[in-house]
Design a protein around this ligand. Structure first.
Ligand code: G
Ligand code: G
Ligand code: NA
Ligand code: MN
Length: 254
């Protein structure tokens, strides 16, 4: 059990760190991006999953602190990986709509990037579907502003939230992430495959690129490549790893 004070302290003490999960292009297998995922390791080595601490942050006004921390970590690692010889990666960061407060948020995100010499064109903000609806007008205004600055906007966990089609029609998304619930087992499950095909049709009509999450097997990779997904993310390539071991994880995959 963790309480809000422990969460606050962990964030302040830097005990919550960014791990990075590679995303590879279906066309050629090349890793072209990473998703930053928050990890909290306790002193005894046990990990507290984000499904436990993110909701606590969301309901206690702490999640904006997490987002800016993750953005800054992603920017820092991005320049280290470039120095290590990698091409510039697309960096995806999760954003809770709970922190989609005022327009100043867009300026703050932009200035974090600029401090690290990174342009918003290289950063994708992943918005979980169910979350934007909490304050529609304000949320929409901020997302439009972020898009105008050049940030990519991704619909996370597509197909699992509420009003996903409403949001797709209103928000200037650039990317759709097919939830891993549809990807796992799709090669032998025609109903999952149908959902994936329809999501891809919609994405093409809206000019969105498509990431398939939770790709675990070569059969899933082949099916999704054949259906026309752009990027794969999943244990087949690599789990999320610390920034220090990303280059190694990419080499192991290729
Ligand atoms: O990392 P998994 O390994 O457990 O992540 C589970 C979920 O936790 C993710 O889908 C995401 O919704 C949430 N999550 C992980 N990292 C972050 C983060 O930095 N910010 C927010 N808001 N959510 C995160
Ligand atoms: O933001 P989001 O909920 O989409 O984060 C992705 C979640 O999926 C993280 O918890 C991550 O650890 C997890 N994940 C990543 N790749 C795989 C995979 O191949 N299989 C499964 N079951 N989970 C995965
Ligand atoms: Na995500
Ligand atoms: Mn997701």
């Amino acid at each position: 059990h963790v309480d809000v004070e422990q969460v606050r302290k962990a964030l302040a003490d830097g005990d919550i760190v960014a791990y990075f999960q590679p995303q590879a292009e279906f066309a050629n297998g090349k890793v072209v991006g990473v998703e930053a995922l928050a990890r909290w390791r306790l002193a005894d080595g046990r990990m507290v999953p984000p499904s436990v601490f993110v909701p606590i942050m969301e309901s206690n006004g702490l999640v904006e602190g997490l987002t800016t921390h993750m953005l800054a970590e992603a920017c820092r690692w991005s320049s280290r990986w470039r120095q290590a010889g990698l091409e510039q990666l697309r960096i995806s960061v999760n954003v809770s709509a709970h922190n989609l407060s005022g327009p100043e948020v867009a300026d703050r995100y932009e200035s974090i990037l600029r401090e690290h010499g990174l342009s918003p064109e290289h950063v994708i903000l992943e918005i979980t579907e169910s979350s934007v609806m909490s304050d529609t007008a304000r949320g929409l205004g901020l997302l439009a502003r972020l898009r105008l600055k050049g940030f990519g906007l991704s619909v996370d966990d597509f197909g699992t939230g509420y009003s996903s089609l409403t949001q797709l029609s209103q928000i200037p998304f650039t990317e759709l992430k097919i939830d891993r619930g549809f990807v796992g087992g799709a090669p032998d499950q025609p109903r999952k495959r149908a959902v994936i095909e329809t999501s891809l049709d919609l994405a093409r009509k809206l000019n969105l690129c498509v990431v398939a999450e939770g790709v675990e097997t070569m059969e899933e990779w082949q099916l999704l490549a054949q259906l026309g997904c752009d990027y794969a993310q999943g244990y087949l390539i690599s789990p999320a790893v610390p920034g220090e071991t990303l280059v190694e994880a990419i080499q192991r995959w290729r």
